[in-house]
Design a protein around this ligand. Sequence first.
Ligand SMILES: *[C@@H]1O[C@H](CO)[C@@H](O)[C@H](O)[C@H]1NC(C)=O
Ligand SMILES: *[C@@H]1O[C@H](CO)[C@@H](O)[C@H](O)[C@H]1NC(C)=O
Ligand SMILES: *[C@@H]1O[C@H](CO)[C@@H](O)[C@H](O)[C@H]1NC(C)=O
Ligand SMILES: *[C@@H]1O[C@H](CO)[C@@H](O)[C@H](O)[C@H]1NC(C)=O
Ligand SMILES: *[C@@H]1O[C@H](CO)[C@@H](O)[C@H](O)[C@H]1NC(C)=O
Ligand SMILES: *[C@@H]1O[C@H](CO)[C@@H](O)[C@H](O)[C@H]1NC(C)=O
Ligand SMILES: *[C@@H]1O[C@H](CO)[C@@H](O)[C@H](O)[C@H]1NC(C)=O
Ligand SMILES: *[C@@H]1O[C@H](CO)[C@@H](O)[C@H](O)[C@H]1NC(C)=O
Ligand SMILES: *[C@@H]1O[C@H](CO)[C@@H](O)[C@H](O)[C@H]1NC(C)=O
Length: 434
Amino acid sequence: MSPSSTTLLLLLHLLLLHSATSATTSPPSTTASPPSTTVSPPSTTTTSSTLDPKQVRALQSLYIPTTHDPCTQPSTTCDTATPFRHLLSLRLTNCSDDLSLSTTALSSLSTLTSLTFINCHLPIIHFPTTLSTNLRSLTSINSLQHLSGVFLSRFPNLTDLTISGDNIKASGIHIITSNMKSLTTITLSGANLTGVIPKHWNPKLTHMDFSSNKLNGTIPTSLTLLDSLKLLNLSSNQLTGEIPSSFGDLISLQNLSLSSNSLSGSIPGSISGLSRLTHLDLSSNQFNGTIPRSISEMKGLKYLNLEKNNFHGVMPFNTSFIKSLVVFKINGNENLCYNHSSVLKKLKLGIAACDKHGLPILPPPAADEPSSSVDDMTSGDYDDDGGSDKKKDGGDHGPNKVVLGVAIGLSAVVFLIIFLVILSKCGGRCCCCC
Ligand SMILES: *[C@@H]1O[C@H](CO)[C@@H](O)[C@H](O)[C@H]1NC(C)=O
Ligand SMILES: *[C@@H]1O[C@H](CO)[C@@H](O)[C@H](O)[C@H]1NC(C)=O
Ligand SMILES: *[C@@H]1O[C@H](CO)[C@@H](O)[C@H](O)[C@H]1NC(C)=O
Ligand SMILES: *[C@@H]1O[C@H](CO)[C@@H](O)[C@H](O)[C@H]1NC(C)=O
Ligand SMILES: *[C@@H]1O[C@H](CO)[C@@H](O)[C@H](O)[C@H]1NC(C)=O
Ligand SMILES: *[C@@H]1O[C@H](CO)[C@@H](O)[C@H](O)[C@H]1NC(C)=O
Ligand SMILES: *[C@@H]1O[C@H](CO)[C@@H](O)[C@H](O)[C@H]1NC(C)=O
Ligand SMILES: *[C@@H]1O[C@H](CO)[C@@H](O)[C@H](O)[C@H]1NC(C)=O
Ligand SMILES: *[C@@H]1O[C@H](CO)[C@@H](O)[C@H](O)[C@H]1NC(C)=O
């Protein structure tokens, strides 16, 4: 084989390798990993004592294999007591349908401080008091059936409570939480809950997610006292009223979603005081007024969704701010328009351009393509040929780059193969004239 064709083969290998790796390392952490209940695991290597035989039997009744040391399994953590170790945390995932909880097993497991069920469809049973007062963390994701507010109220020492995708029968959240003085994170999501958001919370609360329920009433002003709160998700409920004007007091807030409610009024200017905010979603409400320009001074903001509201006036953001965001959505605000001297038309924001009075120039009749939706509407006056589709839309950034990379890699490979074939056929002779 001639030296030049060896070089080419080498190149070919490199290219194949590259396209393979760029294909596998593609989507950046989009997998919705369930909240991992990490109770700080005490060192599991410094001791050789075995698990309490009572607890071994309890695990066996839950179909957890015990032939190897159960304390070394990823679904458990244990203390280091002698002569027997005890379980501190237990996670049951994807349980078989014939699994059931027994009072005997739960009594044996009363040393647990953390208990997690993920995709384990189990009817609840009475929890022994030693277990329910020991537990600091309780999680049920698509798991426990027939949950009630009264049942959940019997875990007074919880710091973390997560119920997601399981119905809770309760006349309101206060039934569940009024005795929990130490809560720092609470998620009650997709639980068919009604009533209003309670006013009183542990001031150290960091995480509140009541998304996808049927909560009504207003956002209590007292929530703005929670200066440790990092995440507030009240999306997909039936909340009414306005955002409290003291909202800027939530100085630790990083992620905020109030989307898909019936909230109204204007965005309080104080919101731009939330200097740590990265995620702001106010979409699908009836917010009105003008959008505060000060939002563009929030340095950490990456995700901004204001779509489907009643904002009016000139959209106060310029191209460089919009491009600093990973996701920006503003469509579905009929009376809002953008200033074409500060925003590139090719951003395709889905709102009309402003006339010189700051009013929307009505968009032209729908474009020819049948697929065009509200999202793709731009003012015809300024619509360029749209050479590069710069529409901001979170999901498709990474994957698009990967597809492009693979396409380039593959076409280079195909090209090289053709080249090699020609080269070998011509047997090293010059074949520019082939
Ligand atoms: C549980 O099942 C889901 C899908 O059925 C799977 O993705 C996941 O890895 C399973 N988890 C465990 C711990 O087996
Ligand atoms: C748990 O709660 C009970 C009842 O509220 C209380 O008496 C007890 O001191 C708490 N236990 C711990 C370990 O905090
Ligand atoms: C949700 O709660 C209502 C009562 O508020 C009840 O009528 C309905 O059956 C519940 N939905 C489900 C799916 O359990
Ligand atoms: C909330 O909904 C309940 C019915 O689920 C109703 O009785 C109550 O008046 C509503 N409260 C508010 C403040 O809208
Ligand atoms: C809020 O909850 C919804 C539904 O559970 C979820 O899709 C959304 O990503 C959450 N938003 C934030 C900011 O946590
Ligand atoms: C905005 O909504 C509030 C509450 O619905 C209303 O009182 C106010 O008049 C509205 N303001 C404008 C400018 O439409
Ligand atoms: C908070 O928002 C950021 C930016 O959008 C996002 O990457 C992150 O996953 C969100 N965190 C939670 C817990 O929702
Ligand atoms: C765009 O807006 C930001 C924030 O308001 C401002 O700092 C920046 O100077 C503006 N850029 C241009 C080119 O006007
Ligand atoms: C649009 O921006 C230009 C330059 O920043 C400014 O002179 C003009 O008044 C703005 N037009 C409207 C309608 O706000």
